[in-house]
Design a binder for this molecule. Structure first.
Ligand code: IFM
Length: 465
């Protein structure tokens, strides 16, 4: 997903330690929904390790690229870091109770690779593994299904010093780490996600240089993209080699592309952008090949050509059990290939709010890639409204309506994870953007329900809108 320079757009029950921000509407819980979701629909929320956990230097955790990057002057707004974040490492029990109170059926979180393997490989840090055991056990005890992401951008710094994902070996190191996690948690975790948003790593971490590791080299970025996909395939194979029966897939940030006008040029540009935004990730994972137009767009001497070795695509295309979709908005292209915004944005000005795009995206996946089960692994918006976040409620309602329409159209959509459960460290934007339905006061770490949390609780209780 792209990060651009910034514009602005501008319920029921209590949990100990979690104050309420919006008016509760208990009467709504009883009403039958106009849009009923399937009976076992996985109402969820998502977070990631570096954004939420804090405890950056505790219990043997090693540094990741984000620890290093966030401490470099000028990298993060206001000089923020994830050192403490939402202190989830210490407050996870309270956070589990918040999830239970909301009625969540699914919780997507990521594992900090360098918390369980401080140098990225070698000896496992027992205290790190123990934390995730406690988190998973706490979820299961509350009837919430864990959805575990293995890589949400926090490459261990020790591996980065060996080239990180630029180094083909990183795919193997990742699969070894994945295997260690499958061994530790495989009997408890029903759903695994390998890599989160490889596009963002490629576009923002290695091309724009706004995210860790802060490189600006598009040619190298595409090599990194290939190695991430290879790591994904090796991790899928590692799961299949264990006795666990969990399901596995990747979480991709996808964006339907549209011509901004009626010209042939805009239509061509939309197809070209579709290759970059969507097909270069979907095709290898679900068809075992790169799209020819994307390959053709790479220069004859592009290093990614040499990086793609015989057999890689067979590994990458190892059967996935599900597809994770992160949806934040569409992409519109003019005849010159320029991206233009045609819909409102949010506090995150790279975002374009277009709920129908989610319907288009989900039905397109079914049409072009078949009936793979789909989970919306992220969807949400940042807003400057601290507690009365009516704009977020509107956003969520409209996107869930689009998701419901996709289910009616036959898409095997099984769960929805809003981003995010609670406010957290928003990468280069630090703590300036709040994406949570639970407000976090970073001075006290007090958690407070926003109006959207109460609204979502009602939606879950009614199993629909
Ligand atoms: O916070 C991020 C998340 O880590 C990945 N997807 C987009 C979110 C909002 O920018």
């Amino acid at each position: 997903m792209r990060r651009r320079s910034v514009l602005t757009l501008a319920a029921v029950g209590a949990v100990a330690g979690c104050a309420r921000g919006g008016p509760a509407r208990p009467e709504a819980a009883a009403a039958a929904p106009a849009l009923a979701f399937p009976p076992r629909f996985g109402w969820g929320a998502a977070t990631s390790a570096y954004q939420l956990e804090g405890a950056a230097n505790e219990d043997g955790r090693g540094p990741s690229v984000w620890d290093v990057f966030s401490h470099q002057p000028g990298r993060i707004r206001n000089g923020d870091t994830g050192d403490v974040a939402a202190d989830h490492y210490h407050r996870f029990a309270e956070d589990l109770d918040i999830m239970k109170d909301l009625g969540l059926r699914s919780y997507r979180f990521s594992i900090s690779w360098s918390r369980v393997l401080p140098t990225g490989r070698g000896t496992v840090n027992a205290k790190g593994i123990d934390f995730y055991h406690k988190l998973v056990d706490g979820l299961l005890a509350r009837g919430i299904a864990p959805v575990v992401t293995l890589f949400h951008w926090d490459t261990p710094q020790a591996l980065q010093e060996l080239g990180g994902w630029e180094n083909r070996d990183c795919a193997k190191w990742f699969a070894d780490y994945a295997h260690a996690m499958f061994t530790a948690l495989g009997d408890k975790v029903p759903t695994w996600l390998t890599i989160n948003e490889p596009k963002t790593v490629v576009d923002v971490g290695y091309t724009a240089g706004i995210h860790a590791p802060g490189k600006q080299d598009r040619r190298l970025a595409n090599v990194v993209g290939h190695h991430l996909l290879l790591g994904h395939g090796l991790a899928v194979q590692a799961l299949r080699a264990t006795s666990g029966n969990g399901r596995i897939g990747a979480a991709l940030s996808l964006s339907p592309t549209y011509p901004a006008d009626d010209s042939d040029g805009a239509r061509t540009a939309a197809t070209t952008a579709d290759a970059e935004e969507n097909r270069r990730w979907l095709d290898p994972l679900l068809r075992g090949r790169y799209p020819q137009d994307w390959l053709d767009s790479q220069a004859a001497d592009a290093p990614v050509r040499a990086a793609i070795k015989d057999g890689d695509l067979a590994v990458i295309g190892t059967r996935n059990d599900l597809l994770g979709v992160n949806y934040y908005g569409p992409t519109h292209l003019t005849g010159t290939g320029a991206r233009v915004m045609q819909h409102p944005t949010s506090q995150a000005t790279w975002q374009e709010i277009y709920p129908d795009g989610l319907f288009d995206l989900l039905t397109r996946i079914k049409r072009d890639y078949g009936d793979i089960p789909v989970s919306i692994t992220e969807n949400g918006m940042a807003t400057e409204n601290p507690l009365q976040d009516q704009d977020r409620i509107t956003f969520l309602r409209d996107h869930l309506t689009a998701a419901h329409r996709a289910i009616q159209a036959g898409v095997k959509l099984e769960s929805y994870h809003l981003w995010s459960l609670m406010d957290n460290f928003e990468w280069a934007e630090g703590y300036s953007q709040r994406w949570g339905i639970i407000h976090v006061d970073y001075a006290t770490q007090r958690r407070t329900h926003k109006a959207s949390a109460d609204w979502y609780k009602t939606v879950i209780a009614r199993n629909g809108l």
